[in-house]
Design a protein around this ligand. Structure first.
Ligand SMILES: [Zn+2]
Length: 129
């Protein structure tokens, strides 16, 4: 048997969903060991491999690009947190009737919840522009 050598273009034509540069993670449900793999080339990978932590079966998670689309961050001030509250309020305000009347109360509830989230170490997310 001969190896089927492919050019970069031929690999692209095959439309592998797992592309060079992506990562995937194998996670073992038994010992919880996680191993991160980088795709040096486009192609397919096994659904499961032997776990090098316990010898059990480690399962492939979804393959993802390494290019993030959002990030997690910790606001630096109350003012910044209030801006996040304003955004959250704008996103939900159409769900409420008599918003003119209740707007301030709803904002106060959101702020309270976000401060609680912040104080317990919770991060906030933002899209990468
Ligand atoms: Zn394991």
């Amino acid at each position: 048997m001969k190896l089927e050598m492919l050019s970069k273009e031929e690999v692209e034509e095959r439309k592998y969903e797992e592309k060079a540069g992506m990562i995937n993670i194998y996670a073992c449900p038994a010992c919880r060991k996680i191993v991160v793999y980088v795709y040096a080339d486009s192609g397919t990978t096994p659904i499961s491999i032997t776990c090098d932590g316990c010898g059990g079966e480690s399962f492939s998670q979804i393959a993802v690009t390494r290019q993030p689309s959002r990030y997690w961050y910790r606001p630096k001030s109350l003012k910044e947190l209030e801006a996040i509250v304003d955004e959250a309020f704008e996103a939900v305000k159409d769900d409420y009737e008599n918003i003119e009347e209740k707007g301030a109360e709803i904002k106060a509830i959101i702020l309270h919840n976000f401060i609680e989230h912040f104080n317990s170490g919770g991060l906030f997310s933002k899209g990468i522009a």
